[in-house]
Design a protein around this ligand. Structure first.
Ligand SMILES: [Zn+2]
Length: 140
């Protein structure tokens, strides 16, 4: 057994994982605490819900949006508000794109782009996101 305790960067749930023989990915073996937004998610569905949110966030930023801002990365966050500066600082250290993100009460992912873009570009990016996650990722 190689249990380890984890909390995703997308919410404050806490759970234990175990790396099982023959499994490529760690398996959730116990829910320690659920955050407010996930308090009503059954334990046996929590792993899938958290994976969806993590994947939706990471893929939206890294695969859909980031390629359209190559000239900005990684030092593009000069005008970010204070709360997003903390995210940007983490992003710089981890090599992730410098974008703000959060989830609303319905767990819709809200993304703020690293710089203002034209309505045409924004609509194009939103359409890319809508094609994969209709109504689940919103550009601010
Ligand atoms: Zn949670």
């Amino acid at each position: 057994m190689a249990n380890y305790r984890h909390s995703p960067d997308t919410c404050e749930c806490v759970y234990d994982f175990d790396v099982l023989d023959g499994e490529a990915f760690p398996v959730l073996v116990g829910v320690v605490a659920k955050c407010g937004p996930h308090s009503s998610v059954p334990d046996d569905q929590l792993n899938a819900v958290l994976k969806d949110e993590q994947f939706r966030k990471n893929y939206s930023i890294q695969q859909e949006v980031r390629p359209h801002f190559p000239e900005l990365l990684p030092d593009s966050e000069a005008a970010l508000p204070v709360a997003e500066e903390a995210i940007a600082q983490f992003a710089r250290q981890s090599g992730e794109p410098t974008m703000g993100w959060s989830f609303d009460a319905s767990r819709v992912l809200l993304l703020s782009l690293p710089k203002p873009v034209s309505a045409t570009v924004k609509a194009m990016l939103q359409a890319l996101l809508d094609a994969r996650w209709p109504g689940r990722v919103l550009l601010l």
